[in-house]
Every structure is written in structure tokens, then in C-alpha cells.
Write a protein that binds this ligand. Structure first.
Ligand SMILES: C[S@@+](CC[C@H](N)C(=O)[O-])C[C@H]1O[C@@H](n2cnc3c(N)ncnc32)[C@H](O)[C@@H]1O
Length: 195
């Protein structure tokens, strides 16, 4: 499905970074692991700030566009085609992990989040924005399956060894490509791994 979507010539989520990520990027240290990177807008942005980034996604078509975007902006990113249902990030390797609109089934999240927490260096940050369950009735983007939509509790329980930095649910204007357009209910989350 994602390969078909990304076969479009244009960048369907745009080439500008996610707004929540851009607002908080100053807090992040590298290397950064970007989960479900898609077409590269977020990795390329972080690389332009001088951070080393690995973008992981199951869509090789999306990641080929990510590399093309990086080249066009004169930055380097690492990409890896992998299914997050099986991906094992290296323990203690990352200064930050980001997850932007990475809507995964609970069975995948429950396996992945502890591995993500383990992959952070002490003091490292997890930064996540996702559509919340309140988005279900809206037609401005996101999956139509409650299991894939987030709540503060669903995210928080995945990171017990991290300290809260920011957690909010809000309705905000999302204009990030042709599939994410308009007022949307989101959860925004930043946690720091205990030192
Ligand atoms: C809504 S897009 C978001 C892309 C990107 N994070 C952004 O904000 O532009 C969701 C992404 O999740 C990826 N994805 C979905 N399930 C996945 C899985 N099991 N393993 C790896 N990537 C997955 C898709 O390929 C797609 O690129």
C-alpha cells in the first residue's frame, strides 16, 4: 500500500519537516533514529541541522525518495528498509528516536517500544507525534482503526524508564502534504531516558 502511495511523483507528505519536530529539534542530539521515515522530510531536515540520522521504513519506494530529497538538499542520511515488526535497533546507540505519524498496530508497538527505549543513550529523547483516537471521526488524515490511533496512556506505558518532558493532546491545524490536511486531533510526546 505504501509503495503504491509513494509511487506518486510528488512528495505526498511534503518536503518540509513535521511542525512539532521542527519546534523541538533544538533539544535533540544525534545519532537520531527515525521510525517509519517515509519520504525523508524529517530525516533530511535533521541532517540539515548537522545531526546523523538513520531513517527506517518498510517502503523502499519511500526511502528512495528520501535519498533523492537528501541529495537535492546536499545532505547525507542513512536509510534502512525494514519492517518495524521485526526491526531491532542497536542498544544504547541513539541520542534521540523520533516517530512522526508512525501508526502501528498494538502488537507491533508492544514489541517495538521497549526496544526503542533500550536503544536510547542515557539522557536520550523519544519524540513522537501521532493522530489520537479523537481523530477517528475526522476526515483530515490518519488511519480509520482505533488500534492504530494513539492516546497518552498507550504511548506512556511503552516508556517506563523515561522521564516526562512533554505530553499533550490537542487539536491543531496539520498541513503536511495531501493526506494530512486540516484540523486534526493529535498526541504529542517527548520523554527522556533516565540517566
Ligand atoms: C503516514 S506515513 C508517515 C511518514 C513520515 N513519518 C512522515 O511523517 O512524513 C506512515 C509510514 O509508516 C510506514 N510503515 C507502516 N507500517 C510499517 C512497518 N510495519 N514497518 C516499517 N514502516 C512502516 C509506511 O511505510 C509509511 O512510510
Amino acid at each position: 500500500m505504501w509503495n503504491e502511495r509513494y509511487a506518486a511523483k510528488e512528495y505526498i507528505y511534503g518536503t518540509e519537516p513535521n511542525t512539532f519536530l521542527a519546534e523541538n529539534a533544538g533539544m535533540l542530539h544525534g545519532p537520531v533514529l527515525s521510525l517509519a521515515e517515509g519520504e525523508g522530510r524529517n530525516s533530511v531536515y535533521l541532517a540539515s541541522l548537522g545531526l546523523k540520522v538513520l531513517g527506517v521504513d518498510s517502503s523502499e519506494v519511500g526511502l528512495a525518495k528520501a535519498q533523492a530529497l537528501a541529495q537535492s538538499k546536499g545532505v547525507e542520511i542513512q536509510t534502512l528498509v525494514a519492517d518495524l515488526a521485526e526491526f531491532e535497533p542497536e542498544p544504547g546507540a541513539y541520542g534521540a528516536v523520533i516517530s512522526i505519524f508512525a501508526h502501528l498496530p498494538s502488537v507491533i508497538r508492544n514489541r517495538l517500544y521497549p526496544l526503542v527505549e533500550r536503544s536510547l543513550k542515557p539522557g536520550g529523547l523519544i519524540l513522537l507525534e501521532a493522530y489520537s483516537e479523537d481523530q477517528l471521526g475526522r476526515d483530515t488524515g490518519g488511519p480509520k482503526d482505533l488500534d492504530l490511533l494513539m492516546t497518552p496512556a498507550k504511548i506512556t506505558q511503552g516508556f517506563p524508564n523515561c522521564e516526562p518532558v512533554l505530553l499533550r493532546e490537542q487539536v491543531r491545524e496539520v498541513r503536511e502534504g495531501s493526506y494530512h490536511t486540516g484540523e486534526a486531533a493529535v498526541v504529542q510526546f517527548i520523554r527522556r531516558k533516565k540517566i
